[in-house]
Design a binder for this molecule. Structure first.
Ligand SMILES: Nc1ncnc2c1ncn2[C@@H]1O[C@H](COP(=O)(O)OP(=O)(O)O)[C@@H](O)[C@H]1O
Ligand SMILES: [Mg+2]
Ligand SMILES: [Zn+2]
Length: 495
């Protein structure tokens, strides 16, 4: 009899569960210390191991050798629980037993001692589907559960659960399983099943599964039906994914600002049956991979499901600046949203692609302004063929003001000098006078003319670390004076 991979490879012990270490460890410790709660709530999306962990927990509690963090998997209890037909481990589907009568039956059954095990374990899947009355009935049982009863609830939608139920359970949040973890698990299965899989194909399967091990195993299962060799083309066809060669070609076209080639690539993908939103998603994913590769390196585990191979990632991630990649991803996002709203999605997508193929027009603002302001006209960035020519040399006054502001901002010191303490022996007035020297030669002249100020000036200058030195020098030169002793010290300090 053929058993699907998802069943055949359901983990049988806590150690075998992938990607939920935090939960497996905690549960094992609870069992070791004998502090198992009456009710657990398992939250998480589908196919991440909720039912699997519930069964392992039930085995751990009821194993002949137990309660033990490592069930034997050989005794009658373990074997029956593994196949889901143990009399004392009752699996209930919340979606099809949602009525109050069902819960009443459960309550009455719960009162009876287990048929042959230590505990009666009730596993209620999709518990949020129960009706309000059914919940109330359940709560009564939860309030005073018989010693021999354990509840495990699971839900994909914890928000829909009443607080009263949540507060009576110990909650575990199951994570989506990472692409790298899924690939690792699939590799193991391929070895056991003697499946030859083309490089990168498992990554594509993992990514399409979006964290669900069940989905990933399901895809692999279907592919295995074709034979012992699994090719990338089959994987892509099965998942409705855009051919990665096409994506790679589009990205190259974008980098070369070859709008025509980029549009042709899009056409090819859409013609092959990918819809606009899917295409936008997949190209975004591709660009996201380049972004991650640029920051973290092309062999980072975050790239386990990357569509492009390592060589391509390495090459393409250097063509674009991160800002350009971010901008392109944003354009695709907008196109996708627009595509969802109206029927001209394809046009929105194509417009985005056209913009993406003209990235060099996105010169930094300053550069663009300078160019527009007509200060020379020598274009700095590459220019796309057929890009509209820049305007005449006469920029509007607003534009000129903006350019000037930017220029000024560039000249501004990075750090404003902090207000220093007044040096000893210098009063507020004199301080202000000294400061004024920094502003204008006239003020400096006046100050110096005062004679006695000269020494104070030099001292203050030293203490304040100000710039009037140069002013003073100019003033001194004008006055044809020999530079004073103090001045020299100042000069040393400032040079
Ligand atoms: N964390 C996991 N580690 C290994 N395999 C898993 C994991 N989660 C799910 N699976 C696989 O997917 C199948 C379905 O998982 P299941 O526990 O029923 O998911 P859920 O109850 O969360 O929807 C299992 O039989 C197993 O083969
Ligand atoms: Mg389940
Ligand atoms: Zn056992």
């Amino acid at each position: 009899m053929y058993v699907v991979f998802a069943r055949k490879y359901r983990p049988q012990r806590f150690e075998d569960i992938v990607g939920q270490d935090h939960i497996a460890k905690t549960l094992q410790n609870t069992i070791k210390s004998g502090r198992v709660a009456h009710a657990y709530l398992f939250c998480g999306s589908r196919g991440v191991g909720k039912t699997t962990v519930a069964r392992i927990l039930a085995k751990a509690l009821n194993c002949k050798e137990g309660p033990t963090p490592r069930p034997c998997c050989q005794c009658e209890s373990c074997l029956r629980i593994a196949t889901g037909d143990d009399l004392d481990v009752i699996e209930i589907d919340g979606a099809s037993n949602r009525l109050v009568q069902d819960v009443e039956v459960l309550r009455n059954n719960a009162r009876l001692v287990p048929a042959r095990s230590r505990f009666k374990v009730y596993y209620i899947d999709e518990v949020h589907m129960l009706s309000g009355h059914a919940f109330n009935a359940l709560l009564k049982t939860l309030e005073e559960p018989p010693e021999h009863v354990k509840f495990i609830f699971s839900t994909t939608d914890p928000q829909k659960l009443p607080e009263t139920v949540k507060s009576r359970c110990q909650r575990f949040d199951f994570r989506r399983i990472s692409d790298a973890d899924i690939v690792g698990y699939l590799e193991e299965i391929c070895r056991k099943e003697d499946l030859q899989v083309e490089g990168g194909a498992l990554g594509v399967i993992a990514r399409a599964a979006r964290g669900s091990m069940r989905d990933a195993l399901g895809t692999l299962d279907q592919l295995a039906a074709f034979g012992n060799e699994v090719h990338m083309q089959d994987v892509l066809a099965m998942l409705g994914a855009v051919d990665r060669q096409v994506l790679s070609r589009i990205v190259d076209a974008l980098s070369q600002e070859d709008t025509a080639a980029a549009l042709a690539g899009v056409h090819e993908a859409l013609f092959a049956g990918t819809d606009v939103e899917d295409f936008a998603d997949q190209l975004s994913q591709y660009l996201r991979d380049l972004l991650v590769a640029a920051y973290c390196g092309e062999d980072d585990p975050m790239l386990a499901g990357a569509m492009a191979d390592t060589e391509t990632l390495k090459r393409q991630c250097r063509i674009f600046a991160p800002d350009q990649l971010i901008y392109m991803i944003q354009l695709l996002r907008e196109a996708k949203l627009r595509a969802r709203r109206d029927t001209t999605g394809r046009i929105a997508l194509e417009l985005a692609i056209i913009k993406m193929s003209r990235l060099s027009e996105l010169a930094p603002v300053q550069e663009a302004l300078r160019e527009l302001a007509g200060s020379g006209g020598a274009a700095t960035g590459r220019r796309a063929s057929g890009a509209p020519q820049e305007r005449g040399p006469n920029p509007g006054p607003a534009l000129r003001r903006m350019t000037e502001k930017l220029e000024k901002a560039k000249r501004r010191p990075v750090q404003a000098p902090k207000q220093p303490d007044l040096p000893e022996g210098i009063g507020q007035d004199r301080y202000r006078q000294i400061m004024a020297c920094a502003e204008s030669p006239e003020a400096a002249q006046d100050a110096l003319a005062e004679g006695p100020l000269m020494k104070a000036f030099a001292e203050a200058d030293k203490a304040l670390g100000l710039n009037p030195v140069r002013l003073e020098k100019r003033v001194s030169r004008e006055k044809q004076e020999e530079p004073g002793e103090e001045e020299e010290t100042i000069e040393d300090e400032n040079d």
